[in-house]
Design a protein around this ligand. Structure first.
Ligand code: ZN
Length: 189
């Protein structure tokens, strides 16, 4: 079994108190666990993919422009990683096991090279971390399911705006997508 961690959207705009589309405190609370999971993968010889939302200034053609305020705009600090995940990425960004991919829709698979990179490396299991549990993490999990990957969700390294949304998505991923839910302490590589 070869695993890859997907570190999804843990940027200033989604996490910081003054972020443009922030989940605020629940997201800030998973900062340490997010980085711990990446570190565990790294030390075990696994892969870490930072899958990061990117939008263009004033792009009214993108459907999210009708749904959410502008966020994660290309070239802005809103796309900087938040917390110790930033240090992890800076330290390992030159490695051939740590990747950054811009994404433009909820799912990390939509329009990105992710699936090809995973298959080239014989990755069969994805460890999902990041925000929001019920939007980008969930949509990524649905695509992963349809592409045949095993899915693990690190429950203390995903977060949403409300506990209700968070719990709904966890239950859905477990019961409908067959995802394994486990804590960062239980996670093994
Ligand atoms: Zn977006």
């Amino acid at each position: 079994m070869t695993k890859a961690v997907l570190s999804i959207d843990f940027t200033r705009d989604f996490v910081a108190s003054d972020g443009k589309l922030t989940a605020g405190r629940p997201a800030q609370a998973i900062s340490e666990a997010m980085a711990t999971v990446s570190q565990k993968a790294w030390e075990a010889g696994g892969y870490v993919f930072f899958m990061i939302d990117e939008h263009l200034e004033g792009d009214t053609h993108h459907p999210e422009s009708q749904l959410f305020p502008p966020h994660n705009i290309r070239g802005t600090e809103g796309r900087f990683l938040y917390g110790p995940s930033k240090e992890f990425f800076e330290e390992h960004r030159e490695s051939d096991r740590v990747f950054w991919m811009d994404k433009h829709y909820y799912s990390a698979f939509a329009g990105t090279m992710l699936d090809i990179y995973l298959r080239e490396r014989k990755v069969d299991t994805l460890v999902l971390t990041g925000v929001l549990t019920d939007i980008c993490v969930l949509h990524t999990a649905i695509d992963a399911y349809q592409k045949g990957y095993k899915i693990e969700i690190v429950t203390d390294a995903v977060a949403s705006i409300t506990d209700e949304q968070h719990q709904f998505a966890l239950e859905h991923m477990k019961n409908v997508l067959g995802a394994q839910l486990l804590s960062s302490a239980e996670l093994e590589f």
